[in-house]
Design a protein around this ligand. Structure first.
Ligand code: NAP
Length: 275
């Protein structure tokens, strides 16, 4: 079980107290990464609250020994002895996925990690990663998803829903909420906010939560936004309100060919870099 509203920490500058406040308000899924350089802050925020937090972090390493070493380093920075969700931040075609997944599985078997997740994986990359695991299941895929970025709706989201893989929606406020507001020429958010007596940001987050198996991890440095984001949970937009937002807000949804081409380009670059 996860709270449907978690806390993202990329470029987080809100300090220890705001995070502790979030945990106390029930925002107990905290997402970090070795690349964010803030696991120490998350660790301090969890002091005496560790048993109330589901802590997720990510590695940007793929070699067997490196993954084990990085997990140990993350544990040290997080000041705990178990990572609830350890995610592979990006796929990397330069290292066989079986090698990386064997390390992830060893971490679970060694009691250092509870669940294995991935991030930015396509459906076929997820399938390959899952096949490489002997016993464990990939429980989540962290993907960009918001009113303005809807690429995952075509393949990835239905795949995850069918296979009971949680989608952790990153950048659920579009990275910068202004981006969503500027794509909303007909003020659909304003109209729905009025109907629901919620704020526009709460409506935008709730729109993601209306999809089965999706949780959101907005980042905020502000107490006001934290309280506001908490209010996006525990209720649902109606189908009519969802349709109003779907039709009123301009969004990006990459087609299959574009996704395939981008994936191919990424994989080629990664393989070339290795050479
Ligand atoms: P986001 O959460 O969509 O947006 C963050 C921005 O929205 C900040 O500027 C924040 O400003 C503002 N904001 C927050 N609450 C608001 C509210 N109620 N009203 C108006 N503005 C609000 O973007 P994100 O940080 O890119 O994504 C969230 C998390 O996803 C990250 O922190 C990270 O954990 C994860 N992520 C993962 C990946 C990946 O590759 N796996 C990539 C990107 C992000 P204030 O701070 O001033 O509130």
């Amino acid at each position: 079980m996860l709270p449907e509203v978690g806390f993202g920490t990329y470029q987080y500058r809100g300090g220890v107290d705001l995070l502790r406040n979030a945990i106390e308000r029930g925002v107990w899924l905290i997402d970090s990464a070795e690349l964010y350089h803030n696991e120490e802050v998350v660790g301090k925020a969890m002091e005496n609250l560790r048993d109330r937090v589901f802590v997720a972090t990510k590695t940007n390493h793929w070699r067997y020994d490196e993954v084990l070493k990085c997990a140990e380093a993350s544990l040290k920075r997080l000041r705990c002895d178990l990572i609830d969700l350890y995610q592979l931040h990006w796929p990397n075609a330069a290292v066989p996925i079986a090698e990386t997944m064997a390390a992830m599985e060893a971490l679970v078997e060694g009691g250092k990690v509870r669940f294995i997740g991935v991030s930015n994986f396509t459906v076929s990359e997820m399938q390959e990663a899952q096949r490489a695991l002997r016993k464990q299941k990939i429980v989540s895929n962290q993907m960009r998803y918001s009113l303005v970025d809807r690429t995952i709706e075509r393949d990835l989201l239905p795949y995850c829903q069918r296979n009971h893989v949680t989608v952790i929606a990153y950048s659920p406020l579009g990275s910068n909420f202004r981006r969503i507001l500027e794509s909303d020429r007909e003020d659909a958010l304003g109209k729905v906010a009025k109907m629901t007596t919620r704020t526009k940001a709460q409506v935008a987050l709730n729109w993601c939560l209306c999809k089965a198996g999706v949780v959101v991890i907005p980042k905020t440095d502000s107490m006001g936004h934290l309280v506001e984001n908490c209010g996006s949970s525990g209720w649902r937009l109606s189908n009519e309100q969802i349709a109003l937002l779907d039709n009123g807000i301009r969004h990006r949804s990459r087609g299959r060919w574009e996704v395939a081409l981008r994936t191919c380009a990424r994989r080629t670059l990664q393989s070339l870099r290795r050479r």
